[in-house]
Design a binder for this molecule. Sequence first.
Ligand SMILES: C[S@@+](CC[C@H](N)C(=O)[O-])C[C@H]1O[C@@H](n2cnc3c(N)ncnc32)[C@H](O)[C@@H]1O
Length: 523
Amino acid sequence: MAQLLSFRVYLSAETQKASSESLKRTQKTRKPFSPGRRGPVAPPRKPQNLNLEVSPHRAVSAVRLMRIEYGGAFADLLNEKGKGSGSNEMSYVERTIGFRTRDLDDRDLRLVTDVVGGTIRWRRFLDHLIGSLCHNERTFRNMEPLLLQILRIAVYEIIKLDMPSYAVVDENVRLAKVALRPGAGDFVNGILRKLVSLKEKDALPLPKVEGDDRAQARALATLHSHPVWMVRRWVKYLGLDEATKLMIWNNSDPGFSLRANTGRDITRADLVERLESLKVPHELSLNLEEFVRIKTGLQTVVQAGLLKEGFCSVQDESAGLIVSVVKPQPGERIMDACAAPGGKTLFMASCLKGQGMIYAMDVNEGRLRILGETAKSHQVDGLITTIHSDLRVFAETNEVRYDKVLLDAPCSGLGVLSKRADLRWNRKLEDMVELTKLQDELLDSASKLVKHGGVLVYSTCSIDPEENEGRVEAFLQRHPEFSIDPVTSFVPSSFVTSQGFFLSNPVKHSLDGAFVARLIRAL
Ligand SMILES: C[S@@+](CC[C@H](N)C(=O)[O-])C[C@H]1O[C@@H](n2cnc3c(N)ncnc32)[C@H](O)[C@@H]1O
């Protein structure tokens, strides 16, 4: 669980800044949190105020959604008002809505995961329906945050999970009544009854894809619940059909891959044996001999301690294929220039067969510390040296050269939206300009660390041509001493682009989207 938690912490740290900005934005359009009314932060109450009437998964989901949407700012507010550490989820629930529910069992936990992930993904679509059913636009715009989360959960359950409507209406009305006030319950009841009646008549108020490009993009963005700028960008680069398929992929339940920790002499056969004993359905990866795919059962793997004991890692095959392009060899000195939290560092270290060194650099000290700790549990710490530095500063002040440099650059993450449910709402078009500038600077710095005849690998978890091919082309113009080494001999041919780069396409390969260029420095 600790590993999964750190995995989650990593994800939320990435989105922390954007989340607090989202709170600021939301506060401009919605009524601000007010301690005086039953908003997200209720006054401190008697401990152990237990309510057995409200369904636990809905109460916990509503609170978790608040924490995700309002991020650090919401947690800080809770700490101020609730005087608690905030580490225990049920204490968050109590301080937010005024009571605890019974503890979650495994079924509830699965429901919370489904409901929270789905409600975040489908937010734009759900808000469209809720907004259409409100009396007027102001009612929707000024809706208090907790009430909105309860409505989003209910609409998601009715429309996307197809749960029995009467139960969903009753349960969410009750939650609104006890967590807010009786009038809030009546309001939820009114909206949901209208929704159910329209659903039964197959007359949901959905936009039509028609009009000019902008109007079509807006309709698609609502129907498939993505930001309009992303839809416009993908329609431009991929065409309407592929863009639509990509959005459908992003809204589907993600599968996961596990990598057997060969650095500890654990083979894929060992991993398969453990999965069979845990009754976790799995498939062998056709692309990588250390990897196994699972669609369900990650929680079982975590609970059985496989991650904690360093038996295996959760790693997407696309990340594994990036390491295939680096192809670490025993005895090599490899700089992993943007290494944390270290998935690729660990895999590269396990390829060294005890000889050589991975220098794992990152500007983020906390994440680098996690990398160091995981390296110990994977028993590859003797092959990894961590360096806390900004790559740009390090490259200016160090003469040292490496056989290979991997630059797994900070990027938009547009290839991993199926796993990172909230990321689509935290990214902005302006980010792309900042990111491509940073990617250029990091590429220039990384190139200085490559020995003559050495290899520079540039990778992203994005499918955006401007972050991928665009950056490599611009780099080669600035650095004629580098040339493209086609990845043909490192990965299966279906991943190789016409320019000799690696590209995993979520729709085509059923993997996260990722890009890799292998560049050689002239002797
Ligand atoms: C895509 S993540 C790397 C993921 C990692 N390679 C893995 O497989 O787990 C990008 C990383 O770049 C780091 N980073 C961003 N700017 C940096 C800089 N100027 N110097 C060094 N690291 C930087 C971030 O802290 C982040 O950990």
